[in-house]
Design a protein around this ligand. Structure first.
Ligand code: PEP
Ligand code: MN
Length: 346
């Protein structure tokens, strides 16, 4: 529910409304920068509260929110959320490029990749240290050693780093190294993990669950937001459909839909969406054309030898080619490619 106050209402009128909401066991959300005082009611409302609020002095209208997510909705927060990560802004006019290998494999592999993607214009370095793998026999990442390599290389080349955290107990550890915490597709509805990352103040890259609809995805974001962490970046990474030619089906629809219903930035991951390196560039261009605020792309010095997701990884040459193809699309959307950032963590 959203309470719209009359123009010129008094501070007492506002306090009376907020006190009534808190007395009802609900929370108050007051967005900045709107012309009139607007008060969001956060939580499960009940019949009768609307009438009670509407009858208070200074209240103009009480509008029920049609969608079950609240803090993630544009109704509550009309302006775009823009997240700064070491000088790279996500969700504003800039299109941000996050690139790197699926998994951190060694110092050398990551350093070579970081230098190549940075020189080609990438802004954020990606690399998994804790890897969710479909089979337990596959490479599951270097763990803390991988985090250390990622942080060191990010620091040396001057790029903020993003990496996945898979369980609540690891959130502290991963936060010591990462500038952005990634929640993987398989964990999108791991509510205990969402609570935990919501208690940090790190930007959270929230992948869409492989079989989740947009509403479930935004409700997962709501879990993080309601803990007080406002920095959620949504990431469309393809969903399961009946089509099985590609690894997943990239839901391009989701990008403008999310932009319409939510203020949160949304980026696209054409690597996991397709599973095939030659499908990555066309889907990357399509995502930016559809309004994505950025891309997450897997790049490897030698995809044939990659320990994870080689078939979908771009070579350095193919990543450079993609970056050159991207520029006219970015400009056609009246946007620009983001500039380089720095590591936020020491
Ligand atoms: C990844 O980014 O390497 C990854 C495992 O992604 P997803 O959770 O989208 O499968
Ligand atoms: Mn991967």
């Amino acid at each position: 529910m959203i309470v719209i106050m009359r123009i010129g209402c008094s501070q007492d009128d506002i306090s009376r409304v907020t006190n009534r909401i808190v007395d009802a066991g609900l929370r108050v959300y007051m967005p900045n920068g709107v012309e009139r005082t607007v008060i969001g009611v956060v939580g499960q409302s009940f019949p009768g509260l609307r009438d009670a609020l509407e009858s208070l002095p200074g209240v103009d209208q009480v509008i029920p929110v049609a969608r079950p997510y609240q803090l993630a909705s544009r109704e509550f927060h009309p302006e775009d959320t823009i997240i700064d990560v070491g000088g790279v802004t996500i969700g504003g006019r800039e299109v941000v490029i996050m690139a790197g290998p699926c998994a951190v494999e060694s110092d050398e592999q990551l350093m070579l990749t970081a230098q190549a993607v940075k020189a080609a214009g990438a802004n954020v370095l990606r690399g998994g240290a804790f890897k969710p793998r479909t089979s337990p026999y596959e490479f599951r990442g270097l763990g803390e050693r991988g985090l250390r390599i990622l942080a060191e290389v990010g620091g040396e080349v001057g790029m903020p780093v993003v990496t996945e955290v898979m369980c609540p107990d690891d959130v502290d550890l991963v936060s010591q190294y990462a500038d952005i915490l990634q929640i993987g597709s398989r964990n999108m509805q791991n509510f205990v993990l969402l609570d935990e990352v919501g208690r940090t103040r790190k930007p959270i890259l929230l992948k869409r669950g492989l079989s989740s609809n947009i509403q479930e995805w935004l409700l997962a974001a709501e879990y993080v937001l309601v803990q007080g962490n406002e920095k959620v970046i949504l990431c469309e990474r393809g969903i399961r459909t009946f089509e099985n030619y590609a690894r997943n089906t990239m839901d391009i629809n989701a990008i403008p839909i999310v932009e319409k219903v939510s203020h949160l930035p949304v980026i696209a991951d054409p690597s996991h969406a397709t599973g095939k390196w030659y499908l990555v560039p066309p889907l990357a261009l399509a995502a930016v054309a559809a309004g994505a605020d950025g891309l997450l792309v897997e790049v490897h010095p030698n995809p044939d030898l990659a320990l994870a997701d080689g078939p979908q990884s771009l070579t350095f040459d193919n990543f450079r080619l993609l970056m050159s193809q991207l520029l006219p699309v970015v400009e056609a959307r009246n946007r620009k490619l983001a500039i380089s950032g720095v590591r936020v963590n020491p």
